[in-house]
Structures are given as structure tokens and as C-alpha cells.
Design a protein around this ligand. Structure first.
Ligand code: SF4
Length: 262
């Protein structure tokens, strides 16, 4: 009986996302945004602010931030608040690696349409339960904490028919974290090859996308994209559980496949 009364007193803690928006998700830094600013102009020192080389010049003359390289350290926001701010939206995953650059750069609509169609064709079979296999390819452990939170009472991904499996033979979606350490290249490739078709790959976190702050290095491949074919990119260091969940739902076709960062 005590657990019944406690449940009635505390109410339901589990998020309704994606059926309903969840304001809790806005508590994290989703990514760095570039402000539209009249003071914007050529600034040769700007890229030096960033420890990972995520800031570069945009074609229109202002700065651009590659969220696939950004570790969310906040240095640019602190030193140039006139140009940068944190974006609180957690829906930052993308099906196109170039679309992680903000402001968005020009891309051919034909190639984006082809990416969408290819992924949609492969996930058509995943209408019911989906099984995930996670591989740590040289992570610092932070992404693993966020992924593990998906199994707790707040996110409870089982309510969405999403489960983790220990075997790649039973997996539909491969979650990869880490900078792509040389020692994990073989096991990662073997895991991918052991999965049945259709198989989807998601790079979780800045390290998995670009190698983060530990790349380039003799020990890492600068991300996992050169080892396995990535379908969905989830930036963040680490991405919040909501960002990971958004990426998963996008990868399996339950949320719109966005090509560009918000
Ligand atoms: S918040 Fe990101 S873009 Fe800004 S300085 Fe840090 S790593 Fe670079």
C-alpha cells in the first residue's frame, strides 16, 4: 500500500515526450547558436576562442559553428555574447553531417531528399518494437550516463517499445559513442556486420561525430563515421537524454527526419 499512496502523492514522473512537449528538456544546452548581429564581420581571432576548432567563417562573412565539433564548453558564449548563445532546444539530431553547421549552409535538396528516402525505406519495417545495441568506441563515459538514463522512470523508453539488446544479431539500431579509438575499430565493424538488415547507425555525441577534443590523435579515427556508415548524428558533449531519444525516434521514423539544425 505505501507505494500506491506515494505514487498518488507524487503523480506520474514519466515524460510524455514525444506525444506532448516536455519543458524539462529545455534545461540543457542543446547547442551553440550564432546570433544575428549588426556587429558581425570578419574577425580573424574568433576561431582561436574555440578549443576544438568548431568555429569558422561562414560563407556570408560571419562566424559559423560546427555542432559536430562543439563540446559545449561555453567559452565562445562567455567571450563573445554579442555573437553566440546557447540554444535550449534539445531536438538537434540530423540525418546529414553538414547540417550540423549553424547557420545552415547551402546543400543540394536532391542529396537531402535521397538521404531521407534511403533511411525511410530501411525503417519501414520497424513499425513495432525496436532493439538497440550500444558500442562504446572510446568514450569518456559521459554519453553512457545519458543513455543509461533512458531506462529510468523519467524517460522510460520501454513505454515506446524501444529496448536494448546484448546481441547485434537482434539489433535494429546501433548506437555508437566515443571518438573512434583504434582498438575499437574492429569490434565496431564486426558488430555492424553482425546486425541483420535493415540496420541503422547513430553517432551519439560530439566525440563520435568528430573525435571531439581528443582528436586528431594517433589513437583515434576522429569519430566513427569512417568505420561504420552513420545515418543519424546527435551532437552534444554529452547530448542530453532527450536529445538521444529524439535522435532514436527520428532514426526509426517516428519523428520527422530533419536535415538541418534548428
Ligand atoms: S561552446 Fe562549442 S563552439 Fe563555443 S568555444 Fe566551446 S567548443 Fe567552441
Amino acid at each position: 500500500m505505501p507505494w500506491v499512496t506515494r505514487g498518488l502523492r507524487n503523480g506520474v514522473l514519466t515524460s510524455r515526450y514525444p506525444a506532448r512537449p516536455d519543458g524539462y528538456g529545455e534545461n540543457w544546452r542543446g547547442g551553440v547558436a550564432v546570433k544575428p548581429s549588426p556587429t558581425r564581420g570578419p574577425d580573424a581571432d574568433l576561431p582561436d576562442i574555440c578549443p576544438t576548432g568548431a568555429i569558422a567563417g561562414a560563407p556570408h562573412g560571419g562566424p559559423a559553428v560546427d555542432r559536430g565539433k562543439c563540446i559545449l564548453c561555453g567559452r565562445c558564449v562567455k567571450e563573445r555574447p554579442d555573437l553566440f548563445d546557447f540554444d535550449r532546444s534539445f531536438e538537434v539530431a540530423s540525418i546529414a553531417r553538414p547540417a550540423l553547421v549553424v547557420p545552415p549552409t547551402e546543400e543540394t535538396s536532391a542529396s537531402l531528399a535521397a538521404l531521407r528516402e534511403d533511411l525511410a525505406r530501411r525503417v519501414r519495417a520497424l513499425r513495432r518494437s525496436v532493439h538497440l545495441r550500444h558500442v562504446d568506441a572510446g568514450s569518456d563515459g559521459s554519453e553512457e550516463w545519458e543513455i543509461a538514463a533512458l531506462l529510468g522512470p523519467v524517460y522510460d523508453i520501454h513505454r515506446l517499445g524501444i529496448f536494448f539488446t546484448a546481441s547485434p544479431r537482434h539489433a535494429d539500431l546501433l548506437l555508437v559513442t566515443g571518438a573512434g579509438s583504434a582498438g575499437m575499430a574492429g569490434p565496431l565493424r564486426s558488430t555492424y556486420e553482425a546486425m541483420p538488415d535493415p540496420r541503422i547507425v547513430m553517432a551519439v555525441g560530439t566525440d563520435a561525430i568528430s573525435g571531439g577534443i581528443v582528436s586528431p590523435s594517433y589513437a583515434t579515427a576522429g569519430g566513427v563515421g569512417g568505420t561504420v556508415p552513420v545515418d543519424v548524428w546527435v551532437p552534444g558533449s554529452p547530448p542530453s537524454p532527450f536529445s538521444v531519444l529524439h535522435g532514436i525516434l527520428m532514426a526509426i521514423g517516428r519523428l520527422p527526419m530533419q536535415a538541418a539544425s534548428p
